[in-house]
Design a protein around this ligand. Structure first.
Ligand code: FES
Length: 577
């Protein structure tokens, strides 16, 4: 304890001195009504809040921030809430992913530049979780994630409705003529009937599970519904705990070690998590300097069965998942199956194995035993071949088993606009064996890597009952979506990747068990085509988009900006007066 008591708090560089600078730092803060004893050397905790009415999934976070504040005060700390850029998946154009790195810079610099000793990160909608974790990881002050929690299950005409997943399904049914438009529109309010983020195992739920599996959140953080009172209790406990973490100097770099990432990869396989987690974990690992690659996703995750029966891979929703036992029940199953590094440290000071020991499973329908999985080969498959020299990903649990090995002729679209203009053109030569190829939707090409990789099928095939085809793109796919979609092809077309060279009628060979993606075109013919290829004109020059396009890394590196990779620490910046 002696060492801990003698440690000088970072915030004392602002509030500790009885001089002109200390006067300035304290005096202006006192304009908010803070009593003098809050500046007496107690731990200053930032509450990094992404609440915004433009980010509906995070709009309730002020209430959670209040509970974190209460916990910080109870533990003897000094809570200070601050806003950062919020990223709402449904509203933000061209895609929230374009701004993940920008938000991470906001977080990083807000933490480093202010008198903070530790930080609680309030996340929810898809990109808010990785953005906040990336920013905090680059600072490496004690940090703890509190998620906003998923919405309650959607309810519609006597059945359940899953966020996103139902939209994809219903919109196909409307196009196929098997659902009326008024019924479709009625489903809007039925699907989103409470505060919270998407309640399928989409990217938000996946990332909430990822931070819990990484050890950055308290047990059960991932699944407690947003409006369940236990979410508020967890926030209050998080507020108490972050103060202790500062006293223990428990920083992200002690938690985010290689074993933690391997745990997260296996947890992702077990929950049937989103392909977007691949990009986000690669980017987070880059920030903390952990050697963790795209191939690790395949190698570590191979053989992990998907046991959580949640949409889009399965039947249930996040509310059911929480009642069944939540992520601790899954982690326990992985641990007992020898698939977890149980000794990995977590934010509560215990190991992941200790946290999940004895975690009950209340429903083996929702959380199945490892021996009776939803999908024996869960996780993310990483493909390589002459069409994806630096890799591509596919989620077998969301794909049609009969399409995992497939040979078909390419039907190419040069942009999402081109796809929308021609997909229902009667003249388009396409059948169910075709392979839909979409390009220029990658990190540079879109820019930001749009979630359009699960492009809809031609209406005339839908009307004939076709529900899946092989689709290949340099885009992403919403975590709530499904289908045999090969995503994140790297290098992307706009960077000159081979995807740019595919032509209508070329044969493409997909072999997921063999991890191959090949374009059956001779190398010299590809070279002839390359000589004719010209990069697409950027949608915008200058500004954030210009910087992003210039510096973004490809999907196999997590789409971070090259100059943001790494941990820059939280040394106190120089004085400004
Ligand atoms: Fe925000 Fe799905 S739109 S989590």
């Amino acid at each position: 304890m002696g060492d801990v008591e003698e440690r000088v708090l970072r915030s004392s560089a602002w509030f500790g001195a009885a001089d002109r600078d200390g006067f300035i730092h304290r005096s202006w803060m006192k304009s908010q009504g803070h009593p003098a004893d809050l500046f007496d050397g107690r731990e200053v905790i930032g509450i990094c809040n992404t609440a915004s009415e433009l980010t509906p999934c995070n709009a309730h976070l002020d209430g959670i921030a209040e509970r974190v504040r209460r916990g910080v005060l109870e533990a003897g700390g000094f809570p200070l809430e601050f806003p950062v850029m919020s990223l709402g998946e449904t509203n933000l154009r061209p895609t929230a992913m374009l701004f993940r790195n920008l938000a991470s810079m906001d977080v990083e610099e807000s933490i480093r530049g202010n008198p903070l000793d530790g930080v609680v990160l309030l996340c929810g909608c898809d990109k808010t979780t990785p953005a906040l974790v990336m920013g905090a990881a680059s600072c490496d002050l004690p940090a703890l994630v509190v998620s906003g929690g998923p919405m309650l299950n959607g309810k519609f005409r006597g059945g359940e409705l899953g966020s996103g997943t139902a939209v994809w399904r219903f919109s196909e049914e409307v196009r196929a003529g098997s659902m009326e438009l008024d019924e479709f529109l009625e489903a809007e309010a039925c699907m989103s009937r409470s505060a919270g983020h998407c309640m399928t195992m989409g990217t938000a739920s996946t990332m909430a599970c990822m931070v819990e599996a990484l050890g950055l959140a308290l047990p059960q953080n991932a699944a407690i519904p947003a409006v369940d009172s236990r979410r508020l209790a967890l926030a209050q406990l998080a507020g108490r705990r972050i103060v202790e973490m500062v006293r223990e100097d428990l920083r992200p770099s002690r938690i985010l070690v290689r074993e933690a990432f391997e745990n997260a990869v296996r947890a992702n396989g077990a929950i049937g998590g989103s392909t977007n987690a691949v990009l986000h974990l690669l980017a987070i690992a880059g920030r903390v300097g952990v050697d963790f690659s795209l191939d690790d996703w395949d190698r570590v995750g191979r053989g992990v069965p998907t046991v959580v029966d949640l949409e889009p891979s399965g039947r249930f929703l996040m509310e059911d998942f929480y009642y069944a036992g939540g992520l601790p029940a899954v982690l326990r199953a992985l641990d007992e199956g020898g698939l977890l590094h149980g000794g990995a440290l977590t934010v509560n000071g215990h190991t992941l194995g200790e946290n999940c020991a004895g975690a009950p499973n209340h429903s083996e329908e929702v959380i199945r035993p490892l021996v009776r999985p939803v999908c024996a080969e869960g996780g993310i498959a990483v493909l390589r071949g002459n069409l994806a020299p630096d890799g591509a990903v596919v989620k077998p649990s969301a794909a049609s088993p009969e399409l995992l090995v497939h040979r078909g002729r390419a039907v190419c679209f040069t942009s999402i606009e081109d796809y929308k203009a021609r997909i229902d053109d009667p003249a388009l030569e396409v059948d169910e064996s075709s392979v839909l190829v979409l390009r220029n939707c990658g990190p540079r090409g879109y820019p930001g890597m749009a979630e359009v990789g699960n492009m809809g099928l031609p209406s005339r095939l839908l009307a004939r009952g076709v529900r899946d085809m092989v689709r290949i793109s340099d885009a992403r796919m919403s975590g709530t979506a499904y289908g045999t979609a090969v995503l994140h092809v790297a290098p992307e077309a706009a960077a000159g990747g081979p995807l740019a060279l595919v032509r209508d009628g070329d044969w493409i060979e997909l072999d997921v068990p063999g991890r191959r993606l090949e374009l059956a075109v001779e190398p010299d013919e590809l070279e002839r085509r390359r000589a004719d290829w010209r990069p697409p004109e950027p949608a915008m020059s200058g500004g954030w988009q210009g910087l992003y396009v210039e510096r973004v890394l490809q999907a196999d590196r997590g789409c971070d900006l090259d100059f943001l990779v790494g941990c820059r620490g939280a040394a106190v910046p120089r004085e400004n007066h």
